[in-house]
Design a protein around this ligand. Structure first.
Ligand code: AMP
Ligand code: ZN
Length: 111
């Protein structure tokens, strides 16, 4: 399958990988929107987080746990998770991912 994030998982496209386990890969977003901006992705392909969480509740929970663990490792006391599901919500890469952002203040509600 021609998927950018599957290629990052298998190493055929380079990325700055922050953490990789049997289940997930976390790497720096190429176009950071905050001083810390990582993407946490499952190593197996799902189109979006909605489909992943319906198919594998354990894996979706593990992704949130990893986000929290990485934020703690980076010393962030405030951080934001963003999940864009579908093109009109801003999803541009159709391999499930969680954005982990930190290091600045964030407006609420989001735009
Ligand atoms: P989304 O718009 O929620 O689908 O997020 C996709 C994210 O992937 C965007 O924030 C992009 O900046 C990021 N991105 C695209 N290509 C790469 C890449 N080769 N390495 C790291 N991040 C990427
Ligand atoms: Zn993929």
């Amino acid at each position: 399958m021609d998927c950018l994030f599957c290629k990052i998982v298998n190493g055929s496209i380079p990325a700055t990988i922050v953490k990789q386990t049997e289940k997930i890969t976390a790497f720096n977003d190429i176009s950071p929107q905050a001083p810390t901006h990582l993407l946490i992705i499952p190593n197996i392909h799902f189109e979006n987080m909605g489909k992943l969480s319906e198919a594998d509740e354990k894996l979706s929970g593990e992704m949130l746990r990893e986000a929290s663990a990485i934020a703690k490792d980076l010393g962030l006391d405030s951080w934001r998770i963003n999940i864009n599901t579908g093109a009109s919500a801003g999803q541009s890469v159709f391999h499930a991912h969680i954005h982990l952002l930190g290091g600045r203040t964030f407006a609420w509600p989001p735009g």
